[in-house]
Design a protein around this ligand. Structure first.
Ligand SMILES: Nc1ncnc2c1ncn2[C@@H]1O[C@H](COP(=O)(O)OP(=O)(O)OP(=O)(O)O)[C@@H](O)[C@H]1O
Ligand SMILES: [Mg+2]
Length: 471
């Protein structure tokens, strides 16, 4: 359930919103309480100051006693109304109440007695009728001793205000919470709609329509990189699918020719009674064709193992000159048959690489140099060190390769038309060469003069990071 982005967003928003909103409301509530209490305190302070000033004036005139009497009698307004919520009283230093405002005395109640401090002592207490009261107790020095003025104001209005505020908060919070929750739910649904469209578009792509692409330009910003990567992946898949299809059709096509040859030899030979030598000749020709088929099948196998990454290259340190000499030993008999002279020279270069793979590479190139050479031609091999890489050049005096075919000859099953009539072959050798060289981090190129010969240049890093079975 929590796997849903939509739900996670809604939950996150609501958690953050609740913390923020609750914090803000608590802050406002306590601020309001603080401000109203502060206002009440200021009012109380001004009340006791006024009373104390009156007392001081009367004391200066020697009428302190009479003032004490007047303080209780000659009061009007809220202090004269019984239990009005506004009170004052005067307390002696030993806690005896000397004077009470009529609002207290008429109800026969008094404020809780506290001996005040010169700065004023503020408290919230339970007053007459259990009404919450804010009282100040402040002491003043008179000729008769230290007297404490106490004044109190009911906090009922303040508490009513705070309680209304609390009720509003308690109503507003869940309301805003629900409205915002629904809003965010709808908004995230709307925001994630392009992802839904994107997913359904991807869902429609199968191997049948790999050519289709996901719209990148119309996609929302966040999905653009995903669309681009997906399209790149589709491109690779399409290419790999079509390469496989092509490979399959080329492979069957290549195998069909020798199979038809064998079939027609059999049909013709068995068409009538023949001399034993004719049968021998027919079997020899069939044997040659089968050898050719085996050769093609072996190469197809190598390619499919390279594609499927089942060939594991094992890099070992080796002298390139030694490797080339071993290759020549394998090839010399066929060179001798054609009267071709092979010469090898160069410097000692040691590299790391898969011995079997590199033997395959150079055997194929040198085999081609012999196959597509003129009778009594030459093959010159040069091994050198080029800017820290190994370079092997195989130059022949053969038929050459047309400029426009120079890249194509590395494609699978590709054979230059002119060579089709000249020699047998499957067109797979050079594609295997390129795959192995590239897996070693190297490159292979060809330069050629038509009718005069070709040179294959193989560059190999001396210490490559070998990509096993890739490329
Ligand atoms: N040294 C060369 N001189 C001229 N043409 C060449 C040379 N090497 C390769 N080619 C051309 O490139 C084509 C591809 O070569 P590749 O080795 O891949 O296939 P192939 O030799 O025809 O068959 P095989 O799979 O048996 O090697 C050849 O058919 C040939 O036309
Ligand atoms: Mg070849």
């Amino acid at each position: 359930m929590f796997n849903s982005i939509k739900l996670r967003l809604v939950i996150w928003f609501l958690v953050v919103f609740s913390i923020f909103f609750a914090g803000l409301e608590l802050f406002l509530y306590y601020k309001l309480e603080e401000v109203t209490i502060h206002l009440a305190d200021e009012h109380l302070k001004s009340e006791v100051d006024t009373l104390a000033n009156l007392m001081a004036i009367e004391e200066a005139q020697g009428q302190l006693e009479s003032e004490l009497q007047e303080l209780a009698a000659a009061v009007t307004g809220v202090y004269a109304e019984k239990l009005s919520g506004h009170y004052y009283q005067l307390v002696s230093s030993d806690g005896v109440i000397l004077v009470r405002s009529p609002s207290l005395s008429l109800g026969d109640v008094s404020l809780p007695v506290y001996i005040g401090t010169p700065e004023g002592d503020y408290r919230t207490v339970s007053g007459p009728n259990n009404v919450p009261l804010r009282i100040i107790s402040q002491s003043f020095q008179f000729s008769v001793g230290t007297l404490t003025f106490q004044a109190g104001d009911s906090l009922k209005d303040t508490y009513d205000l705070l309680s209304s505020f609390r009720k509003i908060i308690l109503f507003v919070f869940p309301f805003v919470f629900i409205v915002c929750g629904i809003g965010v739910f709808l908004m995230t649904g709307w925001a994630l709609r392009p992802l839904k469209t994107f997913t359904s578009k991807i869902g429609q792509i199968t191997e049948e329509n790999l050519g289709e692409r996901v719209e990148e330009r119309g996609a929302v910003m966040e999905l653009k990189p995903l669309a681009a990567s997906f399209n790149t992946m589709l491109g690779h898949l399409e290419e790999s699918f079509s390469r496989q299809k092509q490979f399959l059709s080329d492979a069957s096509h290549e195998l069909r020719t020798p199979t038809s040859i064998i079939k027609s030899f059999c049909d013709v030979t068995l068409g009538r009674e023949r001399a034993p030598n004719d049968y021998k000749e027919a079997l020899r020709k069939i044997g040659d064709t089968v050898n050719r088929m085996c050769d093609i099948i072996n190469r197809i196998l190598v390619i499919s193992r390279l594609d499927n990454k089942t060939i594991q290259f094992k890099p070992v340190k080796m002298e390139l000159m030694d490797l080339m000499k071993d290759v020549l030993k394998l090839i010399e008999p066929s060179a001798a048959n054609k009267g071709i002279v092979i010469k090898i020279e160069g410097t000692g270069v040691s590299i790391r690489g898969d011995r079997e793979g590199l033997t395959e590479v150079f055997t194929n190139i040198v085999e081609n140099a012999i196959k597509y050479n003129k009778p009594s031609g030459r093959v010159d091999i040069n091994v050198s060190d080029l800017n820290g890489n190994a370079l092997v050049e195989i130059q022949d005096t053969g038929i050459g390769i047309p400029e426009i075919e120079k890249e194509k000859i590395f494609d699978r099953f590709y054979r230059v038309d002119a060579s089709r009539g000249v020699t047998v072959g499957s067109g797979l050798g050079l594609s295997i060469v390129r795959t192995i060289v590239e897996a070693h981090g190297g490159t292979v190129e060809v330069t050629s003069n038509l009718g005069q010969g070709s040179t294959f240049h193989v560059y190999l890093p001396k210490n490559p990071e070998i990509k096993n079975g890739t490329a």
